[in-house]
Design a protein around this ligand. Structure first.
Ligand code: ATP
Length: 247
């Protein structure tokens, strides 16, 4: 069953037409990779899905779990169980690991007070479940986030997202800036989250790593999908890999 569907999506930054008729199908329980070079439109695709502005989605439809979410504000979209770990990770470097993990609770309370309650009362992992699943964060509970290594910060960003009730986890370049050995740790965590039944949409420039992890891949170039197929098919397709991914 499709959990997320994009049908002919066209997105713009002002008058710049960035996404061109993007159609994608994210099957429940799978790891889907969205690949492509710098500037291909990967982040724009994720932002279009979450309802972040900019960009403007001017035509096409985005459906999550059968509900049309095109143009819905981000807090409504995330309340449905769709979460994004953004590329820049957005840590509060002067707050501790424990405090950073409480940020989702604080935002939820704030939205309630503003009279814009999240639509579900459901929550994701408890603090204890987070520490069980991320032993590194457990060891560093009282350490300031700014003093964590890149890999640990990425783990914290993922853990914080899982504190919300999440069915579809989208990750924007989780391996960015990490040492190769740490990249593997982060990929193992993503695999484990998938094994626990979550659906994953993974945006990566590190195509080699993403292809290993993903069930199915989409390749974007200049805002258009130029390839889609099972990972093995992409791995075997030298032409597409060289032309659009440089690997
Ligand atoms: P990267 O790995 O660099 O993030 P990407 O595939 O995620 O690459 P996008 O960030 O989606 O690419 O960018 C797609 C295009 O949209 C690029 O040409 C970029 O310059 C342009 N763009 C991105 N953000 C904006 C913005 N806020 N305003 C105008 N143009 C933008």
């Amino acid at each position: 069953m499709s959990l997320l569907e994009l049908d002919g999506v066209n997105s713009y930054y002002g008058e710049s037409h960035i996404l061109r008729d993007v159609t994608m199908d994210v099957e429940e329980g799978q790891i889907i990779a969205l690949l492509g070079r710098n500037g291909a439109g990967k982040t724009t695709t994720l932002r279009s899905i979450t309802g972040a502005r900019p960009p403007d989605v001017r035509s096409g439809t985005i459906r999550f779990d059968g509900t049309d979410i095109t143009g819905n504000p981000p807090e409504n979209v995330s309340a449905l169980g769709l979460s994004l770990v953004p590329e820049e990770r957005r840590m509060f470097s002067n707050l501790t690991v424990r405090e950073n993990l409480h940020v989702p609770d604080i935002s939820r309370n704030l939205l309630n007070r503003l009279g814009r309650p999240m639509e579900t009362g459901k929550t994701g992992l408890s603090d204890e479940e987070v520490y069980e699943q991320f032993p590194r964060l457990d060891e560093r509970r009282d350490q300031k986030a700014g003093t964590l290594s890149g890999g640990e910060q990425q783990m914290l960003a993922i853990a914080r997202t899982l504190k919300q009730d999440t069915e579809l986890l989208m990750l924007d370049e989780p391996s960015e800036g990490l040492a190769p050995q740490i990249v593997q740790d982060v990929l193992d965590i993503i695999q484990r989250i998938a094994d626990q039944g979550k659906t994953i949409l993974l945006v990566e420039q590190n195509a080699a790593a993403a292809m290993k992890l993903a069930d199915y891949c989409y390749v974007l170039d200049q805002g258009s999908i130029v390839f889609e197929g099972p990972s093995e098919e992409l791995q075997a397709n030298d032409e597409v890999r060289k032309e659009y991914l440089g690997v």
